[in-house]
Design a protein around this ligand. Structure first.
Ligand code: SF4
Length: 438
């Protein structure tokens, strides 16, 4: 068998980082990494199993890749779905040659070698691993990179199965993260996106204290780095010190991503989320007061067991009133190993779907209103590529996160991809902006 491997990555950015690590390990062992599964001898599908829709997408992708086996390829299933459903996958999809979970993915090379020896291995251990600055990682060329500051979660939100797939909370050291970011910057990265299941918990396990502000301060000193973006800041531990770090550190973009999940206290309590509406309102008030022009992203779950029409209407009012710049909406998915699957008053699917589209509509109106304040302003834009439909470019402001928020259509001549340039915004189109380099 020749030595070409292709990664097919589904799910979140944490999975993307894991795929980049697996690709790095395989490259170090002499494999060529190709983007095209048709061109590979080994296809690794890095799956997601967060909610029903993600599981379905993972299974569909595995089955689609299984069709390529007729060409003699080997098929590996990795990631969260592998961790959670290894036995079922092995039994129900005979085309799978090997399975590796989130706890053992750094043994990917050993797994592939064993497949070549004729075995059908399954490597599923406890997820306790987190990569460091010495781990090989093969990242695509981009001025923006994800950096995992921690992995796993010690919270027990009743709807969530992530801790079962990703293990307990574990942080990397400040030194390790800074060293990796310096390497990324040397390779042309200008923006780092710090990710974890709960980033505000950063440091608790290794330092005995929450040290996210210290980490942000250390990263702010990295020369050549322009933007630091923090994701998944759990509302329960958003301290005044963290607010001050956002306010005072020039490279930390004024973009706060707080997954709130709901506005109503009895739902938050049933979800086992920290804080209640009063606390959330105070926190958002403080963020708006302390950090001028702050952009706030949040996500909400609709149709959680016990959510009445009245609760839902209050959630809509809350989203309107809080004026979130970006909102993600999920319909509640009753996962078989989550506590909330056994809760009474489960909400019918059609009601959940209707509530999701209603809330999205509210969020869209608010976002459009918020976006209008950028029209006429000149803002820095990271130029990320050419716009295939025009002669222009596509970029992103510090107020928009990669892949999930809006983009900027930029007019300009001979712009360098990866540069950050001032762009005068002429108008907005839905969630996106249009402007010209000045
Ligand atoms: S904070 Fe809650 S929702 Fe997020 S990963 Fe942990 S348990 Fe899941």
């Amino acid at each position: 068998m020749s030595r070409k491997v292709s990664m097919v990555t589904l799910g979140c950015e944490k999975n993307l980082v894991d795929s980049e690590v697996m690709a790095g390990i395989m490259a170090e062992k002499g494999y060529q990494v190709t983007e095209d599964p048709q061109d590979a001898d080994v296809i690794i599908v890095n799956t997601c199993a967060f909610i029903d829709a993600a599981k379905q997408e993972s299974v569909d992708t595995v089955l689609r890749m299984a069709k390529l086996k007729a060409l003699g390829k080997k098929l590996v299933v990795a990631g969260c779905m592998a961790q959670r459903y290894a036995d079922q996958l092995a039994e129900e999809i005979p085309e799978i040659d090997g399975i590796v979970g989130t706890g053992e993915f750094t043994r990917i090379h050993e797994l592939v070698e064993r497949i070549k020896q004729g075995e059908r291995p399954k490597l599923i251990g406890n997820p306790v691993y987190i990569y460091d600055e010495f781990t090989p990682r093969l990242k695509g060329v981009s001025a923006s990179a994800y950096v995992k500051i921690a992995e796993g979660c010690d919270h027990r939100c009743t709807f969530c199965v992530i801790p079962q797939m990703r293990g307990g909370f574990r942080s990397r050291s400040i030194d390790s993260i800074v060293a990796e970011v310096c390497q990324l910057v040397a390779g042309g990265v200008r923006e780092v996106n710090l990710i974890a299941q709960d980033s505000t918990q950063y440091g608790m396990d290794i330092y005995g204290a929450r040290r996210l502000p210290d980490l942000l301060r250390a990263l702010n000193d990295v020369e050549g780095l322009r933007w630091i973006r923090l994701h998944y800041a759990y509302p329960g531990y958003f301290t005044d010190e963290l607010i001050a770090a956002f306010r005072d550190l020039d490279k930390v973009v004024k973009y706060v991503d707080i997954p709130l999940q709901h506005s109503e206290d009895h739902i938050l309590r049933a979800m086992q989320r920290p804080g209640r509406q009063k606390h959330i309102r105070e926190l958002i008030g403080k963020l708006r007061e302390e950090i001028s022009d702050v952009v706030i992203r949040s996500s909400f779950i609709v149709g959680f067991p016990g959510e009445t029409e009245e609760d839902f209407n209050r959630l809509k009012d809350f989203v309107r009133e809080m004026k979130f710049d970006h909102v993600g909406v999920f319909t509640y998915s009753p996962e078989d190993t989550s506590p909330s699957v056994h809760f009474r008053d489960q909400v019918e699917d059609d009601i959940k779907d209707r509530r999701a589209s209603d809330l999205m509509e509210v969020a869209r109106e608010v976002a459009e209103e918020r976006l209008a304040r950028f029209v006429g302003a000149t803002i820095p834009v990271l130029i990320e590529g050419r716009d295939e439909d025009s002669a222009g470019y596509i970029g992103r402001t510090p107020f928009d996160a990669k892949e999930i928020d809006g983009i900027v259509y930029v007019t300009g001549n001979d712009l360098t991809i990866g540069s950050i340039l001032p762009v005068s915004i002429s108008h907005s189109v839905e969630f996106d902006l249009v402007g010209e380099v000045v």
